[in-house]
Design a protein. Structure first.
Length: 280
């Protein structure tokens, strides 16, 4: 884990490439106490140790299915699989789970250092408690993801591929039909792929979405505390941050550090994971 000093930073953005309806703004000063955060997302190997020790059964395993990108599936699984009308590139695959990320017949045996996926907010919270940690607040996540610089679009600056160098794992090509994998990966990458940010954190843009502790809201009014904010007391969905290998500028330009989204607490998919924090 990396110890971060906290202090005041500018949270949010009013970016011309952003999504105002997501509540990315307004830009607001937030003050945080020091905290520790995992340098990397939780890996398959780490999650396997948790499951072996605790006997935890994930929501995907209890439900019997999870969402997998259609392009990763053989025809036998893709045909007839239910698909959300708004995002038909996702297939509801029976048997897909954290250790079978593409459904029956798949394995994570060669992906021990990749981020665990097909984990819900419930699963991430259970792992964090087992590890003596917790999920980051959204403010902690963004502060850490920025790596120190103020109001830059990405952890490394304002240009996505500075000097033609790939700095994150996102969709390259034409979404959702062709991913050139020019950055080296069609799916998830090892958790320590690419250069870390200024705080020593890896992959805070792209690779996998990461669960946060906060309930989702787009109202960041002045009535909310700006010292260690924790979000609303209740809600229907939890915040996810960072974007994923499925994000593309034409469809989901949410690998920017101020970008945000949300999902229900029992939802899982092949592009959502998490990292943990601790109070010192």
């Amino acid at each position: 884990m990396v110890l971060l000093p906290g202090g005041e930073f500018l949270m949010g953005a009013e970016d011309s490439e952003g999504f105002p309806a997501d509540g990315e703004g307004p830009v607001r000063a937030v003050r945080l106490d020091p905290f520790r955060i995992d340098a990397c997302a939780v890996t398959n190997a780490q999650f396997a140790a948790f499951v072996a020790d605790s006997g935890h059964v994930t929501d995907a395993e209890r439900f019997g299915w999870s969402y997998v990108f259609a392009g990763f599936l053989p025809g036998s699984l893709r045909r007839g699989a239910p698909r959300p009308e708004a995002t038909p590139w996702w297939c509801g695959v029976e048997g897909a789970a954290w250790d079978r990320p593409e459904g029956p017949g798949s394995t994570v045996d060669d992906r021990g250092d990749h981020p665990v996926v097909h984990v819900s907010w419930h699963d991430a919270t259970a792992y964090a408690a087992w590890a003596g940690k917790r999920l980051p607040t959204e403010a902690e996540w963004e502060y850490a993801a920025r790596g120190g610089p103020k109001q830059q679009r990405y952890p490394w600056g304002d240009e996505l591929d500075p000097g033609g160098e790939y700095r994150c794992n996102i969709w390259r090509g034409t979404f959702p039909t062709k991913n050139t994998a020019a950055d080296g990966y069609r799916g998830t990458a090892p958790v320590d792929a690419f250069e870390p940010n200024g705080f020593g954190l890896y992959n805070t843009s792209g690779n996998v979405w990461e669960w946060c502790a906060d309930w989702w809201t787009t109202d960041h009014g002045t009535a909310r505390p700006l010292h260690n904010p924790t979000g609303p007391a209740t809600g229907t969905a939890k915040v996810i941050r960072g974007g994923s290998h499925m994000c593309h500028r034409s469809y989901c330009n949410r690998y920017r550090v101020a970008a945000r989204s949300a999902n229900s607490v029992d939802s899982s998919s092949g592009h959502t994971g998490f990292r943990c924090v601790q109070s010192p």
